[in-house]
Design a protein around this ligand. Structure first.
Ligand SMILES: [Zn+2]
Length: 239
């Protein structure tokens, strides 16, 4: 960890607040828990974040002296200082191996989360996951051609069970293996009166139809609907 990365790590570790007084949304300075003048090291385990006031008040006092009236806080800080970020630790342990394996398959470049944030901040983009995805790595400029990303969620294709079973293992309903009149459950269609919705085809009688954005289950005739999107195992929406 170096420079910007240390800051990001500490912000994450100490919850973006002053370690001593808990103040948030103020400029935070990197703080040596045990002061360097008293033999404290520069290791991340000896660093935390403090607001300017606390930083000045602490000066180069050892933490035990600075917090002698707040023993529980002292204990909390001392314990936390030694703990690494658990998920960061997990990523650290596996990422090098992952990159090594991937490099054997294709050329791989690596970037860091703080580099992504740096790029996004420099290019003055708002904080959005999809924008971050475009800010990964070594980039100079970025032109976004949309402000409305498409959110795609994998939903699977459904089971291959021939029949639905009850708790005793007896079939209660036979699942159709083929589309019914050209329709499968999950197809999206437009109905003349009900608008756009999800189709539940039935082999007997009328079809089920659930208008989008509702839970209302209505019946419809297959000849009244026209296909908009055939089920492909994904749900598409705008964020
Ligand atoms: Zn403070």
């Amino acid at each position: 960890l170096a420079g910007y990365e240390v800051r990001e790590y500490l912000l994450e570790k100490w919850g973006r607040e002053c370690t001593y007084c808990g103040k948030q949304s103020v400029p935070l300075q990197i703080e040596h828990i045990q002061p360097k003048s008293k033999g404290g090291s520069d290791r991340v385990s000896n660093l935390c974040l403090a607001c300017e006031k606390c930083n000045q008040r602490k000066g180069n006092k050892p933490i035990e002296e600075f917090l002698k009236k707040k023993p529980s806080l002292l204990q909390k800080i001392k314990t936390k200082a030694k703990q690494p970020l658990p998920d960061a630790a997990a990523v650290n342990a596996t990422r090098n191996k992952l990159v090594k394996v991937l490099r054997g398959i294709k050329p791989v470049v690596t970037g860091t989360g703080s580099q992504t944030k740096y790029n996004r901040t420099k290019l003055r983009f708002p904080k959005q996951h999809w924008i971050d995805a475009a800010c990964v790595g070594d980039i100079e400029t970025l032109i976004l051609r949309t402000t409305q990303p498409l959110l795609v969620i994998c939903k699977g294709q459904g089971g291959r069970q021939k029949a639905a079973l009850n708790k005793y293992g007896y079939p209660i309903r036979h699942n159709p293996l083929k589309p019914i009149k050209g329709w499968v459950t999950g197809d999206i269609a437009k109905h003349q009166k009900l608008g756009i919705g999800k189709v539940t085809p039935r082999s007997k009688g009328s079809f089920g139809f659930t208008p989008l954005g509702t839970k209302g289950y209505k019946s419809c005739k297959p000849q009244d609907i026209s296909a908009i999107h055939r089920k492909d195992g994904y749900i598409y929406s705008f964020c």
